[in-house]
Design a protein around this ligand. Structure first.
Ligand code: GAR
Length: 192
């Protein structure tokens, strides 16, 4: 990734589908002087996503589309991203798979946070899988997005211990707390 030149922050869109705790965390991070990013657009494929409330709260533009007719919808999103001069995309709990052609248009400029230590447990239900397999360590990964699900180059990971008493819910909470620490550090690593 190109180094930042001058004081301008990289205009970024965050894609969400749900609660948006990572989105909120990224917005807070973006306001720090040393953050390489500004968050200028929130996109959700779910009109009921709780995270959309941060659009009003922080005065950030939002756009919602179910992506049901995905080709047409993606074209609309790409037009909007172009219009808003968006240069970088952070996926934060975005549960829809973007098309190859969309990813190609933002090649190397989309990153994702995933709740496992990739390459272990791509896809869904990562915490259930880790507990069922009696793993002792779980964690989270920030990685570049490529056409192959959860398989792009890893930027950073953070580990979390799994105890006998952990359930998928308790583990998800612990991992999420680490996600909030990891995502900003991973972003700084890309742009430095
Ligand atoms: C996070 O744990 C994130 O890693 C995960 O969804 C959660 C969203 O929480 N993402 C995925 O599973 C993507 N495959 P949030 O909406 O509170 O940020």
């Amino acid at each position: 990734m190109a180094k930042l030149i001058g004081p301008k922050k990289v205009k970024t869109a965050v894609f969400i589908s749900g609660t948006g705790s990572n989105l909120k965390n990224l917005i807070k991070f973006s306001k720090i002087k040393s953050s390489p990013l500004s968050i200028d657009l929130i996109f959700s494929n779910n009109s009921k996503a709780k995270g959309l409330k941060f659009s009003g709260q922080f005065n950030i533009k939002k756009y919602v589309s179910s992506l049901k007719n995905s080709k047409l919808a993606e074209t609309k999103i790409l037009d909007l991203l172009k219009k808003e001069n968006i240069q970088f995309i952070c996926l934060a709990g975005f549960m829809k798979i973007l098309s190859k052609s969309f990813i190609k248009k933002f090649n190397g400029k989309i990153i994702n946070i995933h709740p496992s230590l990739l390459p272990k447990y791509k896809g869904l239900n990562t915490h259930t899988k880790a507990i069922q397999n009696k793993d002792k360590i779980a964690g989270c990964t920030v990685h570049f997005v490529t056409a192959k699900l959860d398989s792009g180059k890893i930027i950073l990971q953070k580990k979390v211990k799994i105890y006998k008493k952990d359930t998928p819910t308790s583990l998800a909470k612990k991992v999420l707390r680490q996600e909030h620490k990891l995502y900003p550090v991973a972003i700084k690593k890309i742009f430095n």
